[in-house]
Design a protein around this ligand. Sequence first.
Ligand SMILES: Cc1cc2nc3c(=O)[nH]c(=O)nc-3n(C[C@H](O)[C@H](O)[C@H](O)COP(=O)(O)OP(=O)(O)OC[C@H]3O[C@@H](n4cnc5c(N)ncnc54)[C@H](O)[C@@H]3O)c2cc1C
Length: 393
Amino acid sequence: MSDTLMNRNTHSSSPTRQDILIVGCGIAGPVLATLLLSSYIPIATLPQITVLERNTAALGSGQNIDIRGFGKHVIEKLGLTQEIKTGSTGEEGVKIVDATNRIWAQFAADKTGKVETGTSDVEILRGRLAEILLKQTKAVSKDVEARGGKGVEFIFGDSIEGLHQDKDKVHVQLRDAGKRSFDLVVGADGLHSKTRKLAWGSQQEGCLKPLHMFGAFFSAAKEEADGDWRSWHHAPGGVSVMLRPSGTKEKSTVLVLLADKNGTIAEEMAGSKRDVLAQKRLVLKKLNNIVWQESRLKRAVESADDFYFDTTAQIKLDRWSKGRVVLLGDAGHCASPFSGMGTTLALAGAYHLAGSLVAIPIDYQKAFARYEDSMRPLVQKAQGLPPEGHQLK
Ligand SMILES: Cc1cc2nc3c(=O)[nH]c(=O)nc-3n(C[C@H](O)[C@H](O)[C@H](O)COP(=O)(O)OP(=O)(O)OC[C@H]3O[C@@H](n4cnc5c(N)ncnc54)[C@H](O)[C@@H]3O)c2cc1C
């Protein structure tokens, strides 16, 4: 990897090696690790990076996500454009269909990438992208070790449970691995970030702005009629379903959106945040009588081993850093799946945070401020959803 990130390291003083904990190995986390290890010269000043992930392996689940604008620039810098494009879903555009599958409107994707439409010219399954990014981080880590540096320490299947900081270090409590101390902690642990909750405490209450809708993402066995277009059906009762190509012959992907204006779903699911069976039961109930693809969708929900269910929300915070802790990706500024920008923001954030830490290695506060200055305009634009645009009637 070449370019500005590496060349930004123009400081004259030689910083000591920093211990950095990255919480979350989704999209933003591994990219930050890769960029930090690819940027520092000489090798003695490369940071010692620990990546902590709650799941026992990088999650291969998650459906179609877009990479747009600056995100494309980042994957180009990572040298991954070709691999990502080869693994893309191949979606040709969006068709709005009724219960009889009659098409009422259709919007073709612009495969040149010049015009942004509902389907980006770079669209890939989230799980596939997460695997590509982690594979690269592991390769970069191995290369650093081969050159005598410290590679990345990966801790899977553990979680951050406690955090406090003094002027020199952040002290964290991991559920299984016990107490550890780091110079900096990066919370890249998604919409419901535990790092954010631990570091901000009551100051982060209210930062999660619900969009009053839940989303269920899962796969269905592909049928010939599915083709390479996204079919989007709005059913009565606040249920909206998208059936999309996955880029494979075996499966199509499904997104079921459930409107929750009165908060009844939120109430019903409050105690079932990680209870997939309860989430599946709710979605099956909501699919009753939607007619379009009903029995097929229900079968797919029942058999899905990649079922992912969550609220849709945005995160709005005045500052993305607190002392030695900084937030990255959805943890700091989730824009929601409606923006089509979550992954782009995660990639851009990793790029700007790595660039800032490389450029100002001896003053993390200035580095965090610079990262935030670079990212705020992009985030503000991405979070500006059309008024009522996300509401299902
Ligand atoms: C399983 C999954 C499926 C998704 N599917 C879609 C989709 O189909 N469409 C879409 O638009 N967006 C989806 N998203 C959200 C999308 O990935 C993000 O909006 C975007 O890519 C930003 O990435 P991120 O790295 O900031 O966060 P994420 O991709 O959410 O990654 C956060 C990571 O942190 C880990 N984590 C959480 N808490 C802890 C903890 N306490 N300790 C350690 N690790 C922790 C999570 O397991 C996850 O790997 C999905 C997210 C996940 C986790």
